[in-house]
Ligand binder design. Structure first.
Ligand SMILES: [Mn+2]
Length: 305
């Protein structure tokens, strides 16, 4: 019976590449391991797969009775609905410990670094398994994506070292230029529906008795949203009602000027204002230096709920 490796719902490049890289490693260690995914492949991830000739992981959203490795989260809110009916053999993640529990002991690789693929690189090193060129290139891109080309406060020395090592294996000389190329692909908003944009990189978080949704769009120039804000707000309101959320926040992150414009639809905007010690102006506020949802947004909201 196959063992599956899967990341979170609404998968980003780290989740998709993590499933590919970790399932390869587990196969070298003797497991019959298959890369899986929880949703559609983003344009950024498609760019990475095309660049290095990677295959799409298998779309598989139900895991009852299966054996699974989980990558890039331990939050039940963004894991397959029946994950607690699966046997979780291991976790490779770089987020706060979530609410996933297991019925058997597991192999746990959780570290405060910028990307799950940085941890998977350490797993390859630990097991002395060589990383193939194509997988090294994809892992490198996943780390550049999660760390916003090293600009994110979540980026550590371990991440930069991993990228340099992986770039060498992949034969990529100018990895920062490749990172920029990737973010330009990510910045494309033309032709995308409002829902595509609000949920392109979207996660829901349990905050006490309330639930909030936080989306993030990382672009190289915020002006692409000038004529999109109205439809974004409209869709955020819809999303909030449909899912019974306390708030929906979308971060429009400018990776060049390094900050985020927060768009807020909330039952209580004062919570958001308190969290960041800033007044909202027409449901918006600019947060200088904020690039990371995980490190610079969620931890400030959590204590106020
Ligand atoms: Mn990640």
């Amino acid at each position: 019976m196959s063992i599956f490796v899967t990341g979170h719902t609404n998968p980003d490049s780290d989740s998709i590449v993590g499933a590919i890289s970790l399932s390869y490693l587990r196969r070298q260690l003797g497991d019959d391991c298959v890369a899986a995914r929880q949703g559609k492949i983003s344009d950024e991830t498609r760019f990475i797969l095309d660049k290095f000739g990677g295959d799409e992981p298998l779309l598989k959203t139900s895991y009852s009775g299966e054996e699974v490795w989980v990558v890039d989260t331990t939050d039940l809110a963004i894991l397959p609905k029946d994950i607690l009916q699966a046997t979780v053999l291991g976790v490779a993640d770089h987020h706060k410990l979530g609410d996933l529990t297991t019925s058997t002991p597991l192999e746990c690789w959780i570290r405060p670094v910028g990307c799950s693929n940085t941890i998977i690189k350490e797993m390859f090193d630990h097991y002395r398994v060589e990383i193939p060129k194509d997988i090294a290139g994809m892992m490198m891109c996943a780390i550049l994506s999660d760390t916003v080309i090293f600009k994110s406060p979540t980026c550590t020395k371990v991440d930069t070292k991993a990228v340099k090592d992986l770039a060498k294996i992949a034969g990529v000389e100018d990895f920062k230029a490749l990172g920029m190329e990737m973010f330009i692909v990510k910045s494309a908003v033309e032709g995308a529906s409002a829902r595509d944009l609000t949920t392109r990189d979207y996660k829901e978080f349990d905050m006490g008795a309330s639930k909030i949704g936080v989306g993030q769009l990382e672009v190289v120039d915020l002006s692409v949203f000038d004529d999109k804000k109205e439809i974004l707000f409209e869709d955020m309101k819809k999303l909030k009602d449909e899912s019974g959320l306390h708030s929906v926040i979308v971060l429009l992150t400018d990776i060049m000027t390094e900050g985020s414009q927060l768009l807020v639809v909330s039952d209580d905007e004062t919570i958001i204002e308190k969290a960041f010690d800033k007044k909202l102006d027409n449901h918006e506020v600019w947060l200088e230096g904020v690039l990371s949802r995980k490190k610079q947004v969620i931890p400030f909201l959590q204590p106020l709920f």
